[in-house]
Design a protein around this ligand. Structure first.
Ligand SMILES: Cc1ncc(COP(=O)(O)O)c(C=O)c1O
Length: 438
């Protein structure tokens, strides 16, 4: 099959330029700025596809940057939200579905004894960190280089794209600036290399009594880097021994790596886990789940948890409908086998084209890196060797051939990427590769 390349982007270019008169850069999240040839201006979306204002149709692997594990406009979620819409959507009071959703999460997440709701992943991470500090009465939080936990202080340091911080293990208090020219609001943050048990041991030996929590993605989205065997368990042991909390930030991995979260898949019980994105299948709901004695600090007002939109009735109804879909027996076997097959064939295509690209896949998370296919990938230093320009050029070629991926090479497979959609994607990707090499 020969696919017609998308060639016209003038509508998106003009619309972004016009929007930039009112919105800095014309986009409302920095992550959307990187897309080439232009941030797309989308007119509508359905299933596996998005349609831009130039009339181009794309097979979409951005999937809203992760929430759309069921694709665009999934009928079950749409119907549930429409039903709720008739009954009102923001009560400023409790409503029955909040407890139904909390109970469902407690049933499926191994670490969950209690649950609280908020709106975005960044907010929920913020709550989890405050809870850990309130519970332990300590201030220091440990994170890992190259891992992203939202854009709030103090976690917005050592994120993907920043220089590696391998010196962190020896000189752990890192003063990096997320806002140029302004010192970070809170420097009680230590950044360690990923997949390095010795660094954890050394840090806890010297600072164990000061550490409130260790927060991690479990499988870092940048590079989809799986943890070494025993690494997560080792961290569980060390944190427990020293009275620090283990926080699993599952905003990306939650429901993308299994119904029981990434912690269920890895067989570990963190003290807290943070959920967002796929929980609402496109509606803004996040949650912190975990130990009763930690979460109950909110109830006792030691740590006030507030928010006008917490437990928004539309978003809760979307989450309940989404969880019902994720609970179908075939949901994960299909999602994983297709993601694995797609990533393998994608690697074959780029290899055949002679492009220096490595395709890394774990569960329903695929990361394309500007590295030779056989490069090791265990930590952020390995990842940082990736050539971002190669990946961005590849992403642009795909967009020009009707396959929408993030400029940094992340793909978010969803249940709507069935075999036919994936086959068409591979055909288009083959043509995109040819356009890069001829
Ligand atoms: C692992 C992780 N944590 C937290 C966040 C922040 O979530 P939000 O963008 O909903 O604030 C993200 C967003 O990409 C994320 O990937």
């Amino acid at each position: 099959m020969r696919c017609k390349p998308n060639s016209a982007f003038s509508g998106s270019i003009a619309a972004i330029a016009a929007a930039a008169r009112f919105i800095p850069s014309g986009v409302t999240s920095a992550a959307r700025m990187a897309a080439k040839p232009t941030p797309l201006v989308i007119e509508r979306a359905e299933g596996a596809h998005v349609f831009d204002i130039d009339g181009n149709k794309y097979i979409d692997f951005v999937m809203g940057f992760g929430p759309l594990l069921l694709g665009h406009t999934p009928p079950a979620v749409t119907k549930a939200v429409q039903r709720q819409l008739q009954k009102g959507f923001l009560y400023g009071s409790a409503h029955s579905n909040e407890a139904v959703l909390a109970r469902r999460l407690i049933d499926i997440l191994p670490c969950a004894e209690k649950v609280i709701f908020s709106n975005t992943g960044s907010e929920a991470v913020h709550i989890a960190i405050r809870l850990a500090r309130a519970f332990t009465k300590r201030r220091i939080v440990v994170k890992f280089e190259g891992q992203y936990h939202g854009w709030f202080d103090p976690v917005c340091y050592g994120t993907p794209g920043q220089v590696p911080l391998v010196a962190a293990a020896e000189s752990p208090r890192v003063h990096m600036q997320a806002t140029a020219g302004i010192p970070p609001a809170n420097t009680d943050m230590i950044i360690l290399p990923w997949n390095n048990s010795a660094a954890i041991d050394a840090l806890f030996e010297n600072h164990g009594g000061e550490i409130a929590a260790v927060i991690m993605e479990g499988i870092p989205q940048a590079g989809a880097i799986a943890p070494n065997s025993d690494y997560i368990m080792h961290m569980r042991e060390v944190t427990r021994t020293h009275g620090a909390l283990m926080i699993m930030d599952e905003v990306i991995t939650g429901f993308r790596m299994g119904l029981g979260g990434i912690h269920g898949a890895l067989g570990v019980k963190p003290d807290l886990c943070v959920l967002g994105k796929a929980l609402g299948a496109g509606f803004a709901i996040s949650a912190v789940a975990g130990r009763d004695e930690v979460l109950s600090l909110t109830g006792r007002k030691t740590m006030p948890h507030m928010g006008t939109f917490n437990g928004h009735a539309l978003h809760v109804s979307a989450a309940l409908a989404a969880l019902a879909c994720y609970s179908e027996p075939d949901f994960y076997p299909h999602l994983y086998s297709r993601s694995e097959r797609f990533a393998r064939q994608l690697q074959g295509i780029v290899d055949e084209a002679g492009l220096t690209l490595k395709v890394s896949q774990t569960g329903a998370l695929i990361s394309i890196l500007g590295l030779p296919a056989d490069s090791p990938l265990t930590n952020y230093t390995d990842l940082h060797a990736s050539n971002p320009a190669t990946v961005a050029d590849f992403a642009e070629a795909l967009i020009r051939h009707g396959v929408n991926i993030q400029a940094r090479g992340t793909l978010m497979p969803a249940s709507v990427h069935d075999d036919a959609v994936l086959d068409e994607s591979l055909t288009r990707i083959r043509q995109a590769c040819a356009s890069l090499t001829t």
